[in-house]
Design a binder for this molecule. Structure first.
Ligand SMILES: [Zn+2]
Ligand SMILES: [Zn+2]
Length: 264
């Protein structure tokens, strides 16, 4: 079973799952390695606390890493919310703590999380365009991450607002994002969270991976975005088949911020 490199625990404001439960589930699925990547969205206004107690996080995960060392390798990562005005803060943070892996994600655009309807109410004509435009600006400015999380995150929520989506419709916005990732040597995450919730495509969708490969992209990462044990490793077989069909032979797993290529 592939290593799941996008996992949340009760260190994230939106999960109640003790780290141990995610670890035990990964072991039961036959995983040899995982990376826990709890949320840290700095300087956002939200009902959910997206801060992260880093000293406590590292203390607890290094204890578990030691306890489970003969059964599974536990890496310590983080899912950082990317925002241009905090690029300096994110850079400092990435150097301050011994992260194995950093996912850079866009969760807030113009102060709003597309998870909530308000984002779509205030961006009626350009909800997707604005999201991709902001993503591009942020990854141009910020380099302190290893993989771009769920590139088309907004599509998870746009469907209920009646918005259509395909790579082709937004190629002019998505292509520059892929090119920046390739130029900077950053990976593109295949996030299977949506597949687990019954959608037909991971984030981003298959066509984005095809295009990334076509442009020369080679680094992909794999993560379930599980907030509870039932979603750990979800749809990984499907995702692996899809990535191979798109021309990828390996996926990247990070230790001490260095990529190791593992067979798909
Ligand atoms: Zn996320
Ligand atoms: Zn996540």
């Amino acid at each position: 079973m592939y290593a799941d490199c996008h996992l949340h625990t009760s260190f994230s404001g939106d999960s109640d799952t003790p780290p141990r439960e995610q670890i035990e589930k990964a072991i039961s699925l036959g995983m040899k390695r995982i990376c826990i990547t709890d949320h840290h969205d700095y300087d956002v206004i939200s009902d959910i606390d997206f801060d992260l107690d880093f000293p406590k996080y590292f203390e607890e995960l290094s204890r578990l890493r030691e306890e489970y060392r003969d059964r599974i390798e536990i890496c310590t990562g983080v899912e950082m919310g990317l925002q241009s005005h905090i690029s300096g803060y994110l850079e400092e943070l990435s150097l301050k703590y011994p992260f194995d892996y950093i996912i850079g994600s866009v969760h807030f655009v113009d102060g709003l999380d597309p998870y909530y309807d308000e984002y779509f109410d205030t961006h009626r004509d350009n909800a997707y365009e604005r999201f991709f435009e902001v993503t591009l600006n942020r990854i141009k400015k910020i380099s302190s991450f290893d993989s771009l999380g769920h590139l088309d995150y907004i599509v998870r929520y746009g469907r209920k607002h009646g918005l259509s989506y395909s790579y082709g419709e937004f190629a002019e916005y998505i292509d520059p994002i892929l090119k920046v990732l390739i130029e900077k040597g950053k990976a593109l995450e295949c996030n299977t969270g949506a597949l687990a919730r019954g959608m037909t495509e991971p984030n981003p969708c298959r066509e984005v991976f095809l295009r990334y490969r076509e442009l020369g992209g080679e680094m992909v990462t794999l993560g379930s975005d599980a907030h509870s044990p039932d979603s750990v490793g979800s749809a990984f077989v499907t995702a692996g088949e899809m990535l191979r069909a798109c021309g990828f032979k390996y996926y990247a797993v990070y230790r001490e911020r260095k990529a190791e290529m593992m067979k798909l």
